[in-house]
Design a protein around this ligand. Structure first.
Ligand SMILES: Nc1ncnc2c1ncn2[C@@H]1O[C@H](COP(=O)(O)OP(=O)(O)OP(=O)(O)O)[C@@H](O)[C@H]1O
Ligand SMILES: [Mg+2]
Length: 257
């Protein structure tokens, strides 16, 4: 038998044997996300060596599921799978339109999602190369994105700041501002959905995630999005006891619009 097919079959078997062990709620999620194209995409990625086994859900969101993947060498990756059925195409279309890197004229939902995933991958690459603490992107294909697993030494996934507030909010916030400045000034992107839901607390270091909607500074909506992001940070970090305000952050970031 062709070794690639054999490997895909093995991956298939592993996927399913793991799935069988899951409780009923997880099985329900599994059935919902593992449609034919998603499975084919995962087999292809397994053949290419990006994942060997899918092992459990980290998060089940509105539009995407994030799972842990294990590679042949036992290392972990995070596998983000967008569900075709429940994605917000209007939102995707809006953010894709203003981006000169993506000329999406299609109304085909599947193609819009694929562009969306490519956009997240490209944004992550640009941020990672600019030195922002984001998960390292490995690959993307169709509706599946494979990125660095952000977790502690015991391989527990890092929690969003919303669920795990920093021990020292002032210190954490200062580190976050350094990242925000790199984000805007070096990567020349605006996050667009920056909040403590999309900032992970990895051993008291901020790791920014969920950059599919992030836009280039040239995008006409970037200024408004940055204003919104900064207002969100002011609100959330004031609640955590940090003394800050919009003007101070704006001047520190100095976006030069
Ligand atoms: N690289 C990663 N390593 C560990 N955990 C991760 C990683 N990426 C995401 N997660 C976990 O998955 C959750 C959802 O990820 P993300 O914010 O990227 O998806 P989402 O777009 O918000 O999904 P939805 O909009 O459908 O809710 C995060 O809050 C985090 O707990
Ligand atoms: Mg999110």
């Amino acid at each position: 038998m062709d070794s690639k097919i054999a490997k895909a079959d093995a991956a298939h078997e592993k996927l399913h044997s793991r799935k069988r062990k899951k409780d009923s709620s997880e099985r329900k999620v599994g059935n919902e996300i593992f449609d034919k194209i998603t499975l084919e995409t995962l087999y292809k990625l397994a053949n290419q060596g990006f994942i060997d086994v899918l092992n459990g859900a980290i998060s089940t969101g509105k539009e995407a599921n994030v799972l842990t993947g294990i590679r042949d060498d036992e290392s972990f990756v995070a596998v983000k799978i967008y569900r075709i059925a429940t994605s917000d195409f209007k939102k995707m279309d809006y953010y894709l339109k203003g981006d000169p890197r993506f000329n999406v004229k299609t109304k085909n939902k599947r193609k819009i999602i694929y562009s969306w995933v490519t956009k997240e991958f490209k944004n992550l690459t640009r941020l990672y190369d600019a030195g922002v603490t984001v998960p390292k992107p490995f690959t993307s294909s169709n509706n599946v994105l494979i990125i660095e697993f952000i977790g502690d030494e015991d391989r527990n996934p890092a929690q969003p700041v919303k669920n795990q507030p920093p021990k020292n909010p002032d210190e954490f916030f200062n580190k976050l501002l350094v990242q925000l400045k790199l984000f805007v000034r070096e990567a020349k992107l605006v996050h667009g959905d920056l909040s403590n839901y999309n900032i992970l607390n990895l051993n008291e270091e901020p790791v920014i995630i969920d950059v599919s909607q992030s836009v280039v500074l040239d995008n006409p909506i970037s200024k408004e999005l940055l204003e919104r992001d900064i207002n969100t940070l002011v609100r959330e970090y004031t609640k955590l006891g940090v003394e800050t305000n919009f003007k101070e952050i704006w001047e520190y970031v100095d976006p030069k619009f």
